[in-house]
Design a protein around this ligand. Structure first.
Ligand SMILES: [Zn+2]
Length: 530
């Protein structure tokens, strides 16, 4: 559980703004806005410390004089936390840049709470959508970085050098020419060698025998280290121990690496044969959390979240969701996981965020990108300046060298030249590092908007974190599932729209008591598969 820090707010600031002179004159201007804001402060039981007024100013948040003053006011009082009351945040929020600035400058940096008369910023689906897009953008960026790192690592792997953590029994040693190379790490290497060769020679015949042998050796050497059966198997099947490298995840199949290892390739092969000939116990592993909808799908009787479990039957394992509410008539009644999740997937494949929101999303991303690309441009320009300064110095040094015949002086100049050349080289390297992939951005943007724009893809990523993020964003009001009828009373959030019609034979409109057919509360997605 996250511990929420509670902040005491005692005073409020009121910020009013009207965008046209007409509004100022017409009276939907400052005074009435101000009045409404003051009322709000009273409602919240807050003393108003100051009112900031920006009449008839347009443009970004920080070109507004009163907003600047407001920020200064806050900065002068770092120990007091204020609530800022806006009349109409929507007017601000339309501007992406302003949205970001508001959030970072006011909320994040200055821990202000925003109160708005007509717009719930944080809790609106739009607000959440924006958060989500930002998260998606950040994630994409991380992935892109990871991709670069991966490419470098992959290149080194392909050259025969292990680039991950060395396994026990091996360690990295720095070689002046080849960089970090794996070498045996004693005493583990010798222990493992003996165990592996013992297994090869039928002195140790089971994984447990190997495990016990190694543990025994550990204690002889005073090594306090656990070892599982699986760990013993890993030791027997690690090709790094015979100097070979492979990494199937990156399509690198086994080949002779640049390091030696401590067992022979023949031994390794013999051991693999022996391992493979044994009947393998079937491993049942559930890699991803099994019930992504848990907590979001409600029992249709009691509207409590259902729990979930794996059941056995018919020689297989079947997932179920069930009501666990003691006082519910459907207590312990189960609904198959495949049914609920299948219906949910079908729902998702028929919706997408509204176009205006996607446009909004790409605006945010372009904005973020531009901001960063600009700041990188600055860094680059700074480096360029330093380089040209050094260039200039060097050419004057060259002149001096050519004008003197004093060897001592020439030596001094030449040393200075060499040093400058080194500096320039370093700066160039630095410059190369910050090159922002200009052309990569459009692709990146495409990926994010496509991803964000296709909820079903987010869902099918099978990434639990992404799935939950999606649920948080679109289905915070939860989903009700009624057996036989399917997903019930889904009120699609306003930010989603339906992209295609559900095939008629599956669609079954359900009349809810007290709800007119065809109204919004009547689900578009009630269908049964009977
Ligand atoms: Zn129930």
């Amino acid at each position: 559980m996250k511990v929420k820090q509670t902040i005491e707010y005692q005073r409020a600031l009121v910020y009013c703004r009207v965008s046209t002179t007409k509004q100022v004159i017409d009276g939907d201007g400052l005074s009435s806005q101000e009045h409404r804001c003051l009322q709000k402060a009273e409602e919240l039981n807050l003393e108003v410390a100051k009112i900031f007024r920006d009449p008839a100013v347009s443009g970004g948040l920080f070109t507004r004089p009163a907003m600047t003053k407001l920020l200064e006011f806050l900065d002068d009082r770092p120990n007091e936390k204020f609530v800022i009351i806006f009349d109409d945040l929507k007017r601000f929020a339309r501007d992406v840049q302003v949205h970001l600035l508001l959030k970072t400058e006011l909320v994040q940096k200055r821990k202000v709470r925003l109160e708005c008369l007509n717009f719930k910023f944080e809790e609106s689906p739009t607000g959440r959508f924006i958060e989500f897009v930002m998260a998606a953008g950040a994630q994409l960026e991380r992935e892109q970085n990871a991709e670069q790192v991966k490419n470098r690592m992959k290149a080194r792997l392909e050259a025969g050098y292990w680039t991950f953590c060395p396994p026990p029994g091996l360690k990295f040693e720095k070689d002046p020419l080849r960089g970090k190379v794996l070498v045996p790490n004693e005493p583990l290497a010798s222990i493992y060698k003996e165990a592996i060769e013992g297994y090869r020679d039928y002195q140790l015949n089971t994984l447990d025998a190997v495990r016990k042998f190694i543990l025994n050796k550990y204690s002889v050497h005073g090594i306090n280290r656990p070892l599982s059966l699986n760990g013993a198997k890993n030791i027997l099947s690690n090709s790094l121990y015979c100097g070979r490298i492979s990494f199937p995840d990156w399509n690198i199949s086994e080949f002779q690496g640049q390091h030696q290892g401590f067992i022979s390739y023949e031994t390794y092969l013999a051991v693999q044969d022996k391992l493979a000939s044994k009947a393998k116990p079937r491993l049942r592993k559930d890699y991803s959390p099994d019930f992504p909808l848990r907590g979001y799908v409600l029992c249709h009787e009691c509207k409590e979240p259902m729990t979930s479990f794996w059941g056995k039957g018919n020689g297989g394992k079947y997932g179920y969701y069930k009501c666990k509410n003691e006082s519910c008539v459907r207590k312990n009644k189960c609904i198959a996981k495949v049914k609920i999740e299948g219906d949910f997937e079908e729902l998702l494949s028929n919706v997408k965020p509204k176009k205006e929101l996607l446009d909004f999303a790409s605006k945010i991303l372009i904005d973020l990108w531009k901001e960063r690309s600009d700041s990188q441009q600055e860094v680059r320009e700074g480096l360029d300046k330093q380089i040209s300064k050094l260039d200039l110095k060097n050419s004057s040094l060259m002149d001096r060298v050519s004008q003197t015949s004093d060897h001592t002086l020439i030596n001094v100049y030449e040393r200075a030249l060499a040093k400058n050349a080194e500096l320039i080289e370093d700066l160039e390297k630095e410059k190369a590092k910050i090159k922002y992939p200009q052309n990569g951005f459009q692709t990146a943007l495409g990926v994010v908007t496509e991803y964000v724009g296709t909820p079903i893809k987010q869902w099918q990523s099978q990434d639990y974190r992404r799935q939950r993020l999606l649920l948080q964003m679109y289905f915070e009001d939860r989903i009700v599932y009624e057996p036989g009828l399917g997903l019930q009373t889904i009120q699609l959030p306003l930010i989603l729209e339906i992209t295609s019609k559900i095939p008629l034979n599956k669609a079954k409109m359900v009349e809810m008591p007290g709800v007119k057919p065809g109204s919004k509360t009547c689900s578009l997605f009630n269908y049964s598969q009977d």
